[in-house]
Design a protein around this ligand. Structure first.
Ligand SMILES: Cc1cc2nc3c(=O)[nH]c(=O)nc-3n(C[C@H](O)[C@H](O)[C@H](O)COP(=O)(O)OP(=O)(O)OC[C@H]3O[C@@H](n4cnc5c(N)ncnc54)[C@H](O)[C@@H]3O)c2cc1C
Length: 398
């Protein structure tokens, strides 16, 4: 049996939220794009039940979805705006309010399956993107102007001048190209779940920092439902996952200091190990990484996906500029420019999340004092708060 060879201009590996967005951004060129995923199809939206995976989506990411003309479709399925944020620990607290910052909302919580379904449908309807599912990648072969990817079984070879890895935390491309990684276990697992509470959430995102880790209640569209993210030591999360629904609801009510009254209903629980990862190289000639393939960060500030979308937006902008100059291939200098810009920005966020986790997960008296002074002072300084918020929303550089 002969080998089937398929030639594209761009191959994107990974059809998660970042990979799908990347493909749509690049489809603005006339290039032939293949989008590969090892899964059969994306999880679909279920109007009867909230997805257990929900992400805070910043105004900068909303802007990107608007640019792709997919935001209105997401809104028509289900998105949950939030107008207030309240963060506290045993010592101090900080509050944010959209109106006082001259904004209608601080951001949105969006179920991952809403984003995936809308983006996936748009990709299916885009003529120059070919979606290849159930793909099992075998090996990468590099040539001067082209790379080949051989699929498992050896009877199909896909080639392109540019290959983009949007293939998540365990990126196949990162490994295959030996791009290297710095990795550190946060010693936290995250437990996620949809819950119903006695009191309405009033569109307020709340997070309590405990020495063991943060617990967030993220408001959903219906006034009494929230998506929770509880990060703590793996043994603690193991215990929580084994509790009956009633006992888990009690443990949540207590840990959250009854801020929303009693937790009266809990949905299915899922857990994720939390690991900080940062690729040593984002690019090589003809190759680039975006999203979780390049970096993973603690979810305490809901930034992972937003950083990945910012990677995709910048890479697409500069790649499209190269194509617009009638370049057949993307210059390595363009890829290096992308790497320099995004690596510095992502490193800042990774370090900030590390600092936060360390600051709040520590009972050393000096740190406790700093935490108290820091949170309460910051609460009064509207200008500083506004800067922090803008940074967290991806619309300013501190
Ligand atoms: C508990 C928790 C809460 C979070 N909350 C937030 C939040 O509020 N806001 C936020 O911005 N971020 C949040 N994040 C982070 C966010 O979920 C991730 O950063 C984001 O989903 C990464 O998207 P991605 O497309 O880069 O990767 P993924 O979603 O991992 O997608 C990778 C895709 O590649 C495919 N793939 C993998 N390997 C291969 C292969 N070998 N061949 C072919 N296909 C392959 C996979 O099937 C998948 O479809 C959270 C994370 C966790 C764990």
């Amino acid at each position: 049996m002969g080998v089937s060879k398929k030639q594209y201009d761009i191959i994107i590996i990974g059809g998660g939220i970042v990979g799908l967005s990347m493909a749509l951004l690049l489809a603005e060129s006339d290039k032939r794009i293949a989008l590969l995923d090892r899964k059969g199809r994306v999880e679909s939206f279920n109007p009867e039940q909230y997805d257990v995976r929900v992400s805070a989506v910043t105004p900068a990411s909303v802007k990107l979805f608007e640019q792709l003309s997919v935001w209105a479709d997401m809104v028509s399925l289900r998105v949950s705006p939030f107008t207030h944020m309240h963060v506290w620990d045993g010592q101090g607290q900080i509050q944010f309010n959209a109106a006082s910052m001259g904004m209608n909302e601080l951001g949105y919580f969006v179920e991952n399956n809403v984003m995936l379904q809308v983006l996936w449908q748009r990709v299916l309807a885009t003529a120059n993107i070919e979606l290849l599912n159930d793909i099992d990648l075998d090996y990468l072969q590099r040539h001067e102007h082209n790379s080949n990817i051989e699929l498992h079984g050896g009877d199909t070879v896909l080639s392109a001048a540019l290959i983009i890895g949007a293939d998540g935390a365990q990126s196949w491309l990162r490994e295959a190209a030996h791009m290297g990684i710095t990795e550190r276990n946060y010693q936290h697992h995250a437990l996620v779940c949809t819950v119903k509470t006695e009191k309405a959430h009033d569109k307020t995102a709340r997070q309590r920092f405990m020495p063991e880790g943060p617990l967030a209640f993220l408001p959903l569209g219906s006034a009494h439902e929230s998506s929770i993210v509880w990060s703590s030591a793996p043994t603690h999360i193991d215990t929580l996952i084994q509790l009956s629904n009633d006992d888990f609801a009690l443990a949540l009510t207590e840990a959250f200091q009854s801020k929303l009254g009693a937790v009266i209903e809990v949905g299915p629980r899922a857990t994720f190990p939390l690991v900080m990862r940062h690729a040593k190289q984002y690019v090589q000639p003809g190759l680039a990484l975006v999203g979780d393939a390049a970096h993973t960060v603690h979810p305490l500030a809901g930034q992972g996906l937003n950083l990945g979308l910012a990677d995709a937006a910048l890479l697409a902008e500069w790649v499209l500029q190269d194509y617009a100059h009638k370049n057949e291939r993307v210059n390595y200098s363009t890829l290096r420019r992308y790497e320099r810009a995004r690596k510095a920005e992502n490193a800042t966020m990774l370090a900030a999340m590390d600092g936060f986790k360390h600051l709040f997960g520590n009972d050393i008296p000096l740190l406790k004092w700093l935490r108290h002074r820091g949170l309460n002072l910051t609460n009064r300084l509207d200008f500083v708060k506004s800067l922090i918020l803008q940074k967290a929303m991806g619309i300013a550089v501190l």
